[in-house]
Design a binder for this molecule. Structure first.
Ligand code: ZN
Length: 62
């Protein structure tokens, strides 16, 4: 079994983990429109159907 020659310090490990945040996508909520259900960013209009809080807010080109 290959073993690491030297253990990485806590500082070095945590520096690596600090950069993970950038790669984790933002929290997605489901679109409030039951016919759509697309993942949308919270507090933002759905790009797929133009719904926000159950109301059609913008027209979306089809
Ligand atoms: Zn939608």
């Amino acid at each position: 079994m290959p073993n690491p020659v030297s253990r990485h310090s806590k500082s070095r490990r945590d520096k690596r983990k600090a950069n993970w945040k950038a790669y984790i996508p933002a929290n997605f909520a489901k679109c409030s429109n039951p016919d759509c259900g697309q993942p949308v960013l919270p507090h933002r209009v759905c790009k797929a159907c133009g719904n926000y809080k159950g109301n059609s807010v913008i027209k979306v080109k089809e």
